[in-house]
Ligand binder design. Structure first.
Ligand SMILES: NC(=O)c1ccc[n+]([C@@H]2O[C@H](COP(=O)([O-])OP(=O)(O)OC[C@H]3O[C@@H](n4cnc5c(N)ncnc54)[C@H](OP(=O)(O)O)[C@@H]3O)[C@@H](O)[C@H]2O)c1
Length: 307
C-alpha cells in the first residue's frame, strides 16, 4: 500500500505491515499500556512483525497480563516484558529506570505515551506537581533522561501529544495553577501536551532522533473524565472525528518506524494521520523549549541531554 494515501482511516496493522522490516528484531518500550488503550493496539499491531522484545510499562502487572494474554499464543517468538512504573512518582520512575538498566537489550524505540486527562478536581503528586503535568511531561522527562544511555545509537524517541495542545502553552512560572486556585482541567491537559512538543524539539536539537504525534480520537480510558457531550464538543472544536482504536494508533507505528523521520529535516516533527503536520507556532519557540528543559531538570533533579 502506498503511504501517501494513509490518513485518519488507516489502521495500525496496515502501517505495521508496510514497516515489517523496520519492526523485525527491534526492542520497543512503550508507557501507558492498559486494556482498551491506544498503546495496547500499537503492541497488537507490532507483535506479528517479529520485534525482538516489547517492554510494556504499566501502573500494575494486571494491565500487562490482560494486554498480552491474547497476543502470546499468536506470536510465540516475541518476548513481552512488563515494567511497572507509576509516572506520578519520581521514586517509582527511578526504580523502573534501574530495572531498564539491568536489561541486556538496548532500546531501539521509546514511546512515551502514558497520560492523564486533566483531572476534574485539582490534585498534586507526592512530588508536589499538578498531576496531569507530572505524569504526561515530567514523568517522561525524568524516565527518558534516566534511561538515555540505554537507548541504541539510532534509537527513536516518540512522544504522544494531542491536538488539544493548541489550547494552551506551558506555564513555567505557575505550573501548579496558583495552588489550584486558577485550575482548569482542559488547560492542564493542553499545557502538558504542549510540553511534550517542546521536549521533542529540544531532544532533536540535542541530537536525538525524536518525533511527537497526535494519535487520533478514540473512546479509550482517556475519555473517562469527559461526558459524551463534552467529548463530542471537543472533537468538533478541533475539526476531528472519532476513530477506532486501530485507526487512532496508526500514527504511533508510522512515527516509530518510518525511516525518513530520521532525516535531519524531519527530526523533531509533529505528526498526525501518518503524515508530518503543524504544531501550534508557540511550540516552535526555541527559547520557551529551552527554558522548559532547564525548569524540568530542576523539577526532577536530573541534568541530562548531551549525547
Ligand atoms: N484517546 C484519544 O482520543 C486521544 C486523543 C489525543 C491524544 N491522546 C493521547 O494518547 C495517549 C494514550 O491515551 P489513550 O487514549 O490510550 O488513553 P488510556 O486508555 O487512558 O491510556 C492512558 C495510559 O496512561 C496510563 N497512566 C495514567 N496515569 C499513569 C501513571 N501515573 N503512571 C503510569 N501510567 C499512567 C494509564 O494507566 P491506567 O489504565 O492504569 O490508568 C493508561 O495505561 C495519551 O498520551 C493521550 O493524551 C488520546
Amino acid at each position: 500500500m502506498d503511504p501517501s494515501i494513509w490518513g485518519a482511516k488507516t489502521d495500525a496493522s496496515t502501517v505495521a505491515e508496510y514497516y515489517h522490516n523496520q519492526i523485525a528484531g527491534k526492542t520497543i518500550l512503550i508507557t501507558g499500556v492498559s486494556p482498551g488503550s491506544l498503546a495496547a493496539e500499537y503492541v497488537k499491531a507490532l507483535a506479528p512483525h517479529g520485534p525482538k522484545l516489547l517492554v510494556l510499562a504499566s501502573r500494575n502487572i494486571s494491565n500487562f497480563q490482560a494486554v498480552i494474554a491474547p497476543l502470546k499464543e499468536k506470536n510465540p517468538t516475541v518476548s513481552f516484558r512488563p515494567l511497572v512504573v507509576d509516572l506520578a512518582s519520581q521514586k517509582s520512575i527511578r526504580k523502573a529506570a534501574d530495572e531498564v538498566h539491568s536489561y541486556e537489550e538496548s532500546i531501539d524505540v521509546l514511546v512515551n505515551n502514558a497520560s492523564l486527562n486533566g483531572m476534574k478536581k485539582y490534585s498534586v503528586t507526592e512530588d508536589e506537581f499538578e498531576t496531569a503535568f507530572a505524569v504526561g511531561h515530567l514523568g517522561h522527562f525524568l524516565f527518558t533522561g534516566l534511561i538515555a544511555d540505554k537507548l541504541s545509537p539510532k534509537a527513536r524517541i516518540v512522544v504522544v501529544s494531542s491536538m488539544m495542545h493548541w489550547m494552551a502553552d506551558v506555564n513555567m512560572e505557575d505550573p501548579n495553577f496558583d495552588n489550584g486556585k486558577t485550575y482548569d482541567k482542559d488547560v492542564a491537559y493542553a499545557r502538558t501536551k504542549s510540553a511534550n512538543i517542546h521536549m521533542i524539539k529540544a531532544l532533536a536539537r540535542r541530537g536525538f532522533n525524536a518525533v511527537v504525534l497526535h494519535p487520533g480520537v478514540a473512546k479509550t480510558g482517556m475519555m473517562r473524565e469527559f461526558t459524551d457531550a463534552e467529548a463530542e464538543k471537543l472533537v468538533e472544536e478541533f475539526n476531528l472525528e472519532f476513530q477506532t482504536n486501530q485507526q487512532a494508533s496508526a500514527t504511533y507505528v508510522y512515527g516509530s518506524f518510518a525511516p525518513e523521520l530520521s532525516d535531519t529535516a524531519l527530526n523533531g516533527a509533529f505528526l498526525k494521520d501518518c503524515k508530518v503536520d503543524e504544531a501550534a507556532p508557540f511550540c516552535e519557540v526555541e527559547g520557551v523549549g529551552e527554558r522548559l528543559w532547564k525548569a524540568s531538570e530542576r523539577w526532577v533533579g536530573l541534568e541530562w541531554g548531551s549525547r
